[in-house]
Unconditional design. Structure first.
Lengths: 104, 104
């Protein structure tokens, strides 16, 4: 059976006020919105295509900011729009994961 | 390569104040917390095991409340603790999805 979304992308947006670091301190909210907007403008949003999702803590805080792409189960970190663009263009559109941004 | 989490479970917790229905109106917050607590008490939480995650809108509002389990890509709806228990015991522990709760 095929997946409801071809690529379901979860951005950790968790914010911690003290102690452990968190993805929200690395501009995760802004870059999730950027990714969602770019996917929509490419006509790739929706069932059978791509969903850019908000998520709570994915519990890889020290490696953050993190996203995970399912059903592949591929994890990434990122810094800015150019990293998000590369993940979209290479992986979500082209089917080729971006090795330099992958987490083990 | 094996998945960072054997089962990564996302509960839609989206709340809408008007218009379309939403998972939050179906006790999603309380049942996500229940699932997380039960997985922890079973010793199943963590890398290589199970993660019970909070998520924003999964965009299947009319079928809600919904959860999705990755990397399998299996979607469920649920009503109460007994449904959550069945998903945990049969699927997450036993490896057998719960057909009566699955979404197409």
């Amino acid at each position: 059976m095929s997946s409801y979304y071809a690529h379901h992308v979860f951005f950790c947006l968790n914010r911690r006020e003290e102690g452990r670091t968190c993805c929200a301190r690395h501009d995760a909210e802004r870059l999730q919105a950027y990714a969602k907007s770019r996917i929509k403008s490419l006509g790739l949003a929706g069932q059978g295509k791509v969903r850019i999702n908000r998520a709570g803590c994915l519990d890889r805080c020290e490696e953050g900011p993190v996203i995970v792409v399912y059903p592949e189960g591929i994890w990434y970190t990122y810094v800015d729009e150019s990293d998000i663009d590369e993940i979209i263009d290479s992986h979500l559109v082209g089917g080729k994961p971006v090795d330099r941004l992958r987490l083990p």
